[in-house]
Design a protein around this ligand. Sequence first.
Ligand SMILES: NC(=O)c1ccc[n+]([C@@H]2O[C@H](COP(=O)([O-])OP(=O)(O)OC[C@H]3O[C@@H](n4cnc5c(N)ncnc54)[C@H](OP(=O)(O)O)[C@@H]3O)[C@@H](O)[C@H]2O)c1
Length: 308
Amino acid sequence: MAKIKNPPNQLVHSEPRLLGPDAIPIGPLALGTWRMVSTDLRANTLLIETALDTGLNLIDTADVYGLDHGGVRFGQCEEHLGAVLSATPSLRDRMFLASKGGIRPPVPYDSSPEYIRQAVEASLARLQTDRIDLWQIHRPDLYTHPADLAGVLDDLHGEGKIKHVGVSNFTVDQHEALASYLQQPIVSTQPQFSVGHLEPLRDGTFDRAMRDRLVPLAWSPLLGGRLLTGEGLRPELLTTLDGLAQREQTDRTAVAIAFVLAHPARPVVLLGTQTPKRLSEAVAALSVSLDRTDVYEIIVASEGQPLP
Ligand SMILES: NC(=O)c1ccc[n+]([C@@H]2O[C@H](COP(=O)([O-])OP(=O)(O)OC[C@H]3O[C@@H](n4cnc5c(N)ncnc54)[C@H](OP(=O)(O)O)[C@@H]3O)[C@@H](O)[C@H]2O)c1
């Protein structure tokens, strides 16, 4: 892992993250396509191009995306991304393509080897590609033994269908159990993390990531848009973020993104906007300076109680 080059008081890490044994550089901001339900190929292509042109080289999707946010079916968002890749094949090699599987409505979770193989092969077909750079178990299936799951993941890796394995929404123990059977490292973990969702700070997720040099991919960094409306958030948190934004001559969004980037586990921020302009604007977060006083102030404002 690269040495920390930040000045002592600046916590925000804006450099690329190095993923896996080959230290693949991943931009600190990435694009998630959970909300890519539009059938407008041009708009979807523009979004992907804007992401790649702006340094967001990791594009995250999942087979289950398409069932909400106005979508109509399982697989729909992968199909839309696949249509973009089919129409403009040069985009494929510019991106680090991440997908997920293992949520199987209405079961709801299935990580049995038979299903996982079927899920990966179906994702490859929808994405119109021959490989998925990072394939993640979307949520743990409590009724699959990790040895069975590891076996099929190693097989799919050996066949070149998935290049790297990651987990999402796993407890540290679930992660540990799977890692103990896999013949390859788990290279990423995808927890929810934002100014309004702080669990990975203390539940071991980030500690595990730092121990094993995993890249955390932080989902819903803007709380799915609630950061902007303030819905369900403590007014003190919004006041704190807005005060820091004023000091940094930026906006609340940039401060909230910078807060995620400030953790020493160096998370990648998975932005969910479908608006190219907002993706470009998010880059402002990389220039925000936050020190320890700032991040602890955000934590206290978010939790509504003083730290011990
Ligand atoms: N592993 C998991 O279980 C899991 C769960 C959820 C999400 N994810 C991943 O995380 C990604 C991001 O999640 P998310 O979509 O909830 O992320 P988010 O960035 O927290 O929220 C995006 C939403 O905020 C809205 N928004 C409002 N104002 C905005 C502004 N100024 N800038 C940017 N966005 C603004 C966007 O609307 P507009 O589109 O109109 O800009 C969009 O609806 C997903 O695409 C997916 O890849 C993973």
